[in-house]
Design a protein around this ligand. Structure first.
Ligand code: CA
Length: 445
């Protein structure tokens, strides 16, 4: 696991004043990476680091001569408008780059009088910037790591047998679609598909009526493993660059008709939204937690999915909120309504176990591959991470402040996910937002 170091010191302040605001997601202890284009600019998109309400342009920092020695290499990897090359470099260079950027931004940084005017030239306002998909995602895998989600959903589809016998032995997953992963803010068009109502004689084709979100956390792979070689659990996190928020949009009516026997396909592949900022695993070092406390009687994972370190610090104490705003709410100026709060510590499987399981057959992961956790649901009703569970298939609709009801998503609904880590003695860090608004189905051509 990555050690806690000077860059995590809660006392660190930045000369970028907005980074010292208690409410910011991006204090100097966070420093997440993304890809942006300054507003209105005809320029190529570039790699940036979020600091308060500003973005630090990493390419401009190199051009200003602010990245020297080993860090120059890391700076060069940021010359392409995607994080894949940086992700491929591995933990040592990531750490050095983070240390350097932290030094450039801290209020008492070495040689600040000389460097600050140069760094100031590399800053632009986040509010007016365009945030782009940060990674060229080659492959996307979606896990199913919450035992609460698996049990709730299983009990709706198979009341007698909610949790299948493999669940507590392998981190179950399916291969998702990488081409339709979009950055937060991209409108999501309601999908059409084939479905069959329980009382219908046969299937029909049309717009999904049971459109849902799934609150998830994404993991971006760093250095690849060789094809044919597996990654032992002790080294799994060396292959993880960082994390983002994921909304795995799901059409429940399409899913129900198509999922057997090979699992989800078109019910999920129409769109997946990720948050624009990738929080590094190093920034998350102060917030590590033990693995899920398996109830007595649950099997221990097989030896290749188990290690003392994973038991003690395999989890991450990350709080996750979902907000909903209908079109009416926006028109009336009503704030988005928080409809759930979950915790990533409720996941049955850890990130290291997902990486090790994924490669255990020799499958190679590549820099920028996205592994999503599966819906983050906890034991309480308020911590259910999708509408299917939250409204229990629509039986308990959500009441909105306008008097509207929601069983599933309607056109114009915006889903906003937020995530943050807090721990005594450390600065609070956040993931920013993962936003998406449903638009009406495409008119036939
Ligand atoms: Ca999912």
């Amino acid at each position: 696991m990555i050690a806690i170091n000077d860059t995590h010191d809660a006392k660190l302040k930045s000369w970028v004043e907005s980074a010292n605001d208690d409410a910011t997601d991006f204090p100097i202890q966070n420093l997440p990476f993304g890809v942006f284009r300054p507003a209105g600019a005809e320029e190529e998109p570039r790699v940036g680091v979020a600091i308060g309400d500003q973005i630090l342009d990493v390419v401009a920092c190199r051009q200003q001569g602010l990245l020297k020695g080993k860090v120059f290499t890391a700076g060069l990897a940021c010359d392409v408008p995607a994080l894949n090359a940086l992700m491929a470099l591995g933990p040592d260079l990531w750490t050095t780059l983070r240390e350097t950027i932290s030094g450039l931004l801290r209020a008492d940084g070495p040689g600040m009088a000389e460097t600050r005017p140069k760094v100031e030239k590399c800053l632009s306002r986040m509010k007016t910037a365009e945030l782009l998909l940060p990674v060229e995602i080659g492959d996307y895998t979606d896990f199913y790591a919450s035992v609460y989600h698996a049990t709730n959903v299983g009990s709706m589809f198979r009341p007698d047998n909610p949790l299948l016998p493999n669940y507590k032995h392998i981190p179950v997953a399916y291969h998702g679609r990488a081409s339709s992963v979009v950055v937060g803010g991209t409108p999501i068009r309601r999908p059409s598909g084939q479905m069959k109502a329980d009382d219908a004689d046969g299937p029909s084709f049309g717009p999904s009526k049971l459109l849902d979100y799934e609150l998830e956390v994404g993991v971006f792979i760093g250095p690849a493993n060789h094809h044919g070689e597996s990654v032992p659990i002790q080294k799994a996190e060396n292959h993880v660059f960082g994390m983002c928020l994921v909304n795995d949009w799901s059409a429940r009516d399409i899913q129900k008709w198509e999922y057997q026997p090979l699992g989800p396909f078109l019910a999920k592949s129409f769109a997946t939204t990720i948050s624009p900022w990738v929080v590094t695993l190093e920034a998350l070092a102060p917030f590590r937690a033990p693995e899920f406390a398996r109830p007595k009687g649950d099997p221990r994972p097989l030896p290749h999915l188990d290690s003392p370190e994973n038991r003690e610090t395999g989890g991450i104490d990350l709080t996750l909120d979902v907000f909903l705003a209908s079109e009416q709410m926006r028109e009336k100026g009503i704030e988005p309504l928080r409809i759930s709060r979950g915790s990533f510590t409720d996941m049955y499987w850890t990130i290291a176990q997902m990486v090790t399981h994924h490669t255990s057959n020799g499958c190679n992961l590549r820099p920028g591959d996205l592994l999503a956790s599966g819906t983050v649901s906890g034991p309480d009703e308020g911590s259910r991470g999708c509408l299917l569970e939250h409204t229990w298939r629509g039986e308990n609709p959500i009441q909105l402040p306008t008097g509207e009801e929601r069983k599933f998503l309607q056109d114009g609904d915006e889903v906003i996910m937020r995530g943050f880590c807090e721990r005594d003695g450390f600065a609070r860090i956040g993931f920013g937002e993962c936003r998406g608004t449903i638009t009406s189905v495409a008119a036939p051509e």
